[in-house]
Design a protein. Sequence first.
Length: 116
Amino acid sequence: MRTRHSTGISSGRRGAQEKIDREDEQRRRYNREYMRSWRANPVNRIEERENRRRWQFERKLREALKSPAPFTNERGKPVCGFCRINPPLREIVRLQVSEIAPRGYVELRIPYCGEC
Ligand SMILES: [Zn+2]
């Protein structure tokens, strides 16, 4: 029996494609619903924010320590160790793990503008 949409061979292929599209859509909807309910949990939201903050801080610190003379600009003027744009107003101390240091870490003083 032929339906109105049936056009022989190609209808089989189209059917398969429609099935893939449908499954894709279902998966996307499932992921969306899952993330929505995950975020609805306040504990998850707080944890996510903390993770993000920690991650941002670590990235900032890595950036600050990357270059050998990181705390001056091209003209030799002192700059903030994080954004490298603003003039530094104070220093912040960070501990860096060091295998050769007697206490297992060294103190790093990084100039900080207080804004970035
Ligand atoms: Zn800065």
